[in-house]
Write a protein that binds this ligand. Structure first.
Ligand SMILES: C[S@@+](CC[C@H](N)C(=O)[O-])C[C@H]1O[C@@H](n2cnc3c(N)ncnc32)[C@H](O)[C@@H]1O
Length: 286
């Protein structure tokens, strides 16, 4: 081919797209439909460059057969995940958590004389969701918080997102849904950024966890509330069914699962009781 006609970037062949798509699916549950070939190509372009490889076939074979590819796998996950999030995302769900779910769980635990709660933000991205839960917990328990054994686990498959979550430093845009008095109470403005107060960030335990890693997910037990919002949309139905059934097992009886407000468990699971809150749905394990 005349060099002038050759594209400046390598083109992903259809058969290589299928190989890469299946590889990513097998390792993460993230599924690129046939219509998403262009998106995958664009997202992997940087990985190709960073790995110094001339085309997507070589990249695939490196992932599949190079024993050193474990590190690249994590970089690949960083490239193929969508990390969009914000504080107080889907406010009716946060309100349901603050005004209904948390008080219900607190009362139940207090009746048993146990002051312990376990929350999990599964697919926490850059931390806005688990830190929102931390703020809400502080708002609800107030001065009683030190008497509680409170743990908020926040996990993600993207190392880059977790690294950013660890800094707990956010732009004005990430805080666009935060009520002004909460912003004042829980953040320190500094050089145009907002630093989450340590008394909230220390409640959150960040960890790397691939929801496809069945054995690791099986160890996640005893949660009272799981937020797994806007994560299932990237999977196909088979992976959704698998993950949701594992999330069910991770919950205590009487615990709640929240999924994204535009997501549904229709045809995915009938194990939960659907609970209607004003403007939001919760899935309860009875
Ligand atoms: C769009 S963000 C949602 C963040 C937050 N839950 C929210 O609703 O604002 C989706 C997150 O799911 C994570 N994710 C995707 N596949 C995953 C998997 N197999 N295991 C763990 N996390 C995954 C992505 O890395 C990303 O950070």
């Amino acid at each position: 081919m005349d060099d002038k006609l050759r594209p400046a970037y390598p083109v992903m062949k259809d058969e290589t797209f299928i190989l890469l798509r299946d590889f990513i699916y097998e390792h993460s549950g993230i599924y690129f439909a046939d219509t998403k070939k262009g998106q995958l190509e664009a997202r992997l372009m940087m990985r190709l460059r960073a790995s110094n490889l001339p085309d997507y076939d070589k990249y695939y074979y490196m992932l599949k057969y190079d024993p050193q590819a474990a590190r690249e796998l994590r970089a690949l996950f960083d490239s193929v995940t969508t990390n969009e999030t914000s504080f107080y995302r889907s406010p009716p769900q946060i309100q349901a958590f603050q005004e209904k779910v948390l008080p219900e769980l607190i009362t139940r635990r207090e009746k048993k004389g146990e002051r312990m709660l376990r929350l999990w933000s599964a697919g926490c991205s850059t931390g806005e969701e688990p830190y929102t839960l931390g703020i809400v917990v502080k708002e609800v328990l107030k001065n009683a918080l030190p008497d509680w054994n409170m743990r908020i686990v926040a996990s993600d498959i993207s190392e880059k997102a977790l690294k950013s979550a660890k800094t707990a430093s956010y732009s004005e845009y990430s805080l666009r849904g935060v009520p002004p008095e909460i912003k004042q109470r829980y953040f320190n403005a500094h050089d145009g950024m907002y630093q989450m107060n340590e008394d909230v960030s220390r409640l959150v335990e960040l960890q790397y966890l691939n929801l496809s890693d069945t054995k690791r997910v099986q160890l996640m037990k005893g949660f009272d509330v799981i937020f797994c919002r806007n994560v299932l949309i990237y999977f196909d139905d088979a992976a959704r069914k698998r993950f949701v059934s594992q999330l069910y097992d991770s919950l205590n009886h009487g615990g709640y699962l929240f999924i994204g407000h535009s997501e549904s468990l229709h045809n995915i699971s009938r194990a939960f009781k659907l609970v209607h809150f004003p403007g939001a749905l919760g899935y309860k394990k009875e």
